[in-house]
Design a protein around this ligand. Structure first.
Ligand code: NAP
Length: 501
C-alpha cells in the first residue's frame, strides 16, 4: 500500500454537543475509530436524555422568540446562501474529514458529497423565494386564505454512510422553512456535522436555531425520537431503526419522514448500450464502498448478453483500485466499521445453501495490515429467493440474476420488501416505458446511475421509507398549513338564545 497523504486538517479531540450556541461536554465518551488504521480518531461526548432535553428546549425557546422563524425571507435566504458559500470555501477540509471518518474515497467526498451539501442550502434558499399560497373565493362573502407557518422544532437523525450530503439536506430544509432543529449524527460519523455546525454559526444563524447532540442511537437517538416536544422528525437510516423511531415518535403523534434501506434492481436488457450499462452497474454497486441505500445491488441481466456482461463486470471488478481513501487513485476504501465488515462478510455463509456461485471476492482484503477493507464481491444467484437477493448487504457486494423476458425482470425487481430505486438499461423506448409502468420503486433511472433532482421527490415504496424529500415534499413536511377565513360581506348569524325560532 502506498504511503497515505499527511493529515492536513485538525480533528477535535472530543466531539462535543452544541446547545443554544454553546459547546457542551459530557462525561460519557465513545470512541470514533479510523477505518483505515483502526486507531481512535476522536471521541464523542455522549448526550444523555437530560442534554437532549436541553437541546430540544433551546430549539423550542428560540423558535418561540422568532429570531429565525420570523426573520424576513430575504434575510433567511442570505444566511442560507452564506452557509453554502462557507461549505464551498471549506470543501477540501470537509471532504477530508468525511473520508478520514468513514473511509469513502476522498475523490468521491470532494467530488460529490460536499458539493451536494453546499447545493442543498442553495437549493432551499432559492426554493423559498418561489413559495406561493392559495386563496379560495368560492363561498359567497368569504375569502379563505391558506398560509404556511414553520412547524417548530425538527429532530434530524442521520446515518453514517454519507453524513454530510444527507444531514445537510435535512438541516437546509428545516431552516429554509423557518424551523429550529436538533441534529443527531451517527456515533460512527460525527466529524462533518460538527464542522458544519461551526460554519452554520459563522454564517450568522442565531444561537439555539441549530443544536447538535452526539451519541449512540440507543441513548441519544432514542431520547430525541421519543421527546414529546419535537414537532417533526426526519430520519435516514436502516429499516429496523426506522421502525423503532416511528413507534417512539408515534407515541407523541410526531410526524416522521423515513428514508430507509434498499435492495434495488439494476435491470440490463440485451439491447442496452453495453459499455454504458457496465459502467453504470459498477458505479451503482461500488461507489461509496458499496455503502449506499441506492446501490444497484441486484443486477438482473437478460440472457442474450448475460455471460459477456458478467465476465466484463468481474474483470473490471478485479481491476478496482482498493486502498487508502485519501489517495486520489483509490476507487474503493475500507468499510466504515469492523462490525459492518463482519456483517457484510457473514452473507458469504449463505451462498452455498442458496445455490449461489461466488464470481469474485468474498473475503476481507488480504495485503492490508490494518483497516476494514473488503474485497469487491459478485455472486450469481439461481433465483431471487437467495438471501443475498433479499437482504440489504450495504457493502461492495453484487448479486447477479439472469432473466429472459421483460415480465420476468419486473417480477424479480418487485419481489422485494424494499422499493427505493430501480435502474433500467435499454435502447428500446417501449421497454423503458414498460419499466416506468411496472417497476415499484420511489425513483427509477433509465440508462443512468442515480441522478438526484432535488425538485423531484426522493424516497421509497414499501420498507424503503415513509414520505419523500424534495422541495415541495419538504415544504409540506416542515411547515403547517393554515386556512384563515375572512368575512368579506354581510352574513347574518343565527341568534341562539335570543328567543327566535
Ligand atoms: P442506522 O443504524 O439505522 O442508524 C441511523 C441513525 O439512527 C444513526 O444516527 C443511529 O445512531 C440512529 N439510531 C439508531 N438506533 C436508534 C434509535 N433506537 N432511536 C433513534 N435513533 C437511532 O443506519 P446506518 O447504519 O447509520 O445507515 C445505514 C442504513 O441507512 C442502510 O439501511 C441504508 O440503506 C440506509 N440509508 C437510507 C438512505 C435513503 O435515503 N433511503 C440514505 C442513506 C442510508 P448510531 O449510529 O449512533 O447508533
Amino acid at each position: 500500500m502506498l504511503a497515505r497523504a499527511k493529515p492536513e486538517y485538525a480533528i477535535p479531540e472530543v466531539c462535543r454537543n452544541f446547545v443554544n450556541g454553546q459547546w457542551v461536554n459530557s462525561s460519557v465518551r465513545l470512541p470514533v475509530i479510523n477505518p483505515v488504521d483502526e486507531q481512535v480518531l476522536t471521541e464523542i461526548a455522549e448526550a444523555d436524555a437530560g442534554l437532549v432535553d436541553d437541546a430540544v428546549g433551546s430549539a423550542r425557546r428560540t423558535f418561540e422568540k422568532g429570531t429565525w422563524s420570523k426573520l424576513g425571507l430575504e434575510e433567511r435566504q442570505k444566511v442560507l446562501f452564506r452557509i453554502a458559500d462557507l461549505i464551498d470555501e471549506h470543501a477540501d477540509e470537509l471532504a477530508w474529514l468525511e473520508s478520514m471518518n468513514i473511509g469513502s474515497p476522498l475523490s468521491q467526498c470532494r467530488g460529490r458529497h460536499v458539493p451536494r451539501a453546499a447545493y442543498n442550502f442553495r437549493f432551499f434558499a432559492e426554493y423559498i423565494s418561489q413559495s406561493r399560497s392559495d386563496a379560495y373565493t368560492q363561498l359567497d362573502n368569504y375569502l379563505s386564505v391558506v398560509t404556511r407557518e414553520p412547524v417548530g422544532v425538527a429532530a434530524l437523525i442521520g446515518p453514517w454512510n454519507a453524513p454530510i450530503a444527507l444531514t445537510s439536506m435535512k438541516i437546509a430544509a428545516a431552516l429554509a422553512f423557518g424551523n429550529c432543529c436538533v441534529v443527531k449524527p451517527s456515533e460512527i460519523s460525527p466529524l462533518t456535522a460538527l464542522r458544519m455546525v461551526d460554519l452554520i454559526r459563522e454564517s450568522g444563524v442565531p444561537d439555539g436555531v441549530v443544536n447538535l447532540v452526539n451519541g449512540s442511537g440507543a441513548v441519544t437517538g432514542a431520547a430525541l425520537a421519543s421527546h414529546p416536544d419535537i414537532d417533526v422528525l426526519s430520519f435516514t437510516g436502516g429499516t429496523a431503526t426506522g421502525r423503532a423511531i416511528m413507534s417512539a415518535a408515534g407515541q407523541n403523534l410526531t410526524p416522521v419522514t423515513l428514508e430507509l434501506g434498499g435492495k434495488s434492481a439494476n435491470i440490463i436488457f440485451d439491447d442496452a448500450d453495453f459499455e454504458r450499462a457496465l459502467d453504470g452497474a459498477l458505479i451503482s454497486i461500488f461507489s461509496n464502498n458499496g455503502q449506499q441505500c441506492l446501490a444497484g445491488s441486484r443486477i438482473l441481466v437478460q440472457e442474450g448478453i448475460a455471460e459477456r456482461f458478467i465476465d466484463a463486470f468481474v474483470q473490471r471488478t478485479r481491476n478496482l483500485r482498493i486502498g487508502d481513501p485519501l489517495l486520489p487513485e483509490t476507487e474503493v476504501g475500507p468499510l466504515a466499521t469492523k462490525q459492518h465488515l463482519d456483517r457484510v462478510h457473514s452473507f458469504v455463509d449463505t451462498l452455498e445453501a442458496d445455490g449461489c456461485k461466488l464470481l469474485i471476492g468474498g473475503n476481507p482484503c488480504a495485503g492490508f495490515e490494518k483497516g476494514f477493507y473488503y474485497e469487491p464481491t459478485a455472486v450469481l444467484a439461481p433465483d431471487n429467493k437467495a438471501v443475498v437477493c433479499q437482504e440489504e448487504i450495504f457493502g461492495p457486494f453484487a448479486a447477479f440474476q439472469i432473466f429472459k423476458t421483460p415480465q420476468q425482470a419486473w417480477d424479480i425487481a418487485n419481489d422485494s420488501k424494499f422499493g427505493l430505486l430501480g435502474y433500467v438499461w435499454t435502447s428500446n423506448y417501449a421497454t423503458a416505458m414498460a419499466a416506468h409502468e411496472h417497476v415499484k420503486s420511489g425513483v427509477l433511472c433509465i440508462n443512468s446511475p442515480i441522478i438526484r433532482e432535488l425538485r423531484a421527490p426522493f424516497g421509497g415504496y414499501k420498507e424503503s421509507g415513509v414520505g419523500r424529500e424534495s422541495g415541495a415534499a419538504c415544504e409540506a413536511f416542515y411547515s403547517e398549513l393554515k386556512t384563515t377565513a375572512f368575512l368579506t360581506g354581510d352574513v347574518p348569524l343565527r341568534k341562539l338564545g335570543a328567543g327566535e325560532a
